[in-house]
Ligand binder design. Sequence first.
Ligand SMILES: OC[C@H]1NNC[C@@H](O)[C@@H]1O
Length: 447
Amino acid sequence: MAIIEFPKDIRWGAATAAYQIEGAATKDGRGLSIWDTFSKTPGKVLNGDNGDIACDSYHRYEEDIELMKELGIDIYRFSVSWPRIFPTGTGEVNQSGLQYYHDFVDALLANGIEPMCTLYHWDLPQALQDKGGWENRETVDAFAEYSDLMFKEFDGKIKKWITINEPWCVSFLSNFIGIHAPGYQNLQLATTISHHLLLAHGKAVTKFRESGLTGEIGYAPNLEWNEPYSNKQEDIDACNRGMGWFIEWFFDPVFKGSYPQFMLDWFEKKGVTLSIQDGDMAFIHQPIDFVGINYYTGSVVRYKENHELFDNEKVDIGYEKTDFDWNIYPEGFYKALSKLKDQYGQIPIYITENGACYNDGVENGRVKDQRRIDYLKQHLTSLSRAIDSGVNIKGYLTWSLLDNFEWAEGYDKRFGIIHVDFNTLERTKKDSYYWYKQTIKNGWFDM
Ligand SMILES: OC[C@H]1NNC[C@@H](O)[C@@H]1O
């Protein structure tokens, strides 16, 4: 068997997000988010699930931190519920909300675990959505105000900040494809929102730099790898459009200061225009300290005339799939990371999400999730290849620490290395937890 080894200084972690694990949706002054509204809209979330209780981590975070400590991670990515801090999005601050996150972050630090804080992981205050949400540029300024408060409030405690999680999901999945909150299906709206999200990211980074606070700041785009079905130019172009939606569209503005022309041209053909105001790109294009990459899957793609948004289609060539029916495509992880290095240089990268949905249950106190172990082995092997080929990887944080609320799929799709019984809220360490623990301890694993 092959030994896969990692640099001694790589950071090992795990990731979650507020609405997916906290629960306590109306506790201690929290305001409503768009996901409270969306999950309670009939037909939007499988089985009518919602985040009212979730993993109840709001009350159980000390137990969760004990599990993190035993796991041996040294960094933990979580998100702050914006409506816990500003119940109506701006204006009056909810001190109880701030206190909760101080208690939580203090407990992480006391256990030698570095907090990596995501400011926006999809739970927009409903009050802002009522005023147009991300389509309204006032929401951009509200995000900058919220970020500025968090930076100053947690100065010295939190030194790794992520502005926006997966702007592609917040814009296109949620406002064009429409399966996430707020659930619109309008390409112009989604494209406008994608620009406002990058602008919000840029304004938050500006606040962080102006504050002179210590620490690092970045954002966390998600990306999928598209492999051309053949070497025909039409298939290659179809692939590049599909990937351009995730990569160039969300990376070029930040790292090159402009949107990719081939994507602008394509959107223009679809009747979509971007209204960029003077100064917008300067905010977006300013230097960041790292980029978080969320990778799960890839597909083989070929040209199909007048099909969907990009005249392309995915071709199933028999890849194994997870219980979410996503292709298991570790080669795409290596290729995507290599593409980022080739196109954007040596920006430090944290893998801020990577993991798989497998719904193995508890049998006699054990969860035999060998398929998740295999997925992690395959993707960490690709990560090792990327590191060896010069990609500047700083850390790996698996998604997720806990089974949790998987958005439109509710509690039906499990990504955790720790099983959660959503009736009793009992946590059970899965086989993958023990495998990951050993891998972290050794700094290598046996393929
Ligand atoms: O679908 C799995 C994960 N993907 N990235 C964003 C997270 O919130 C999801 O749970």
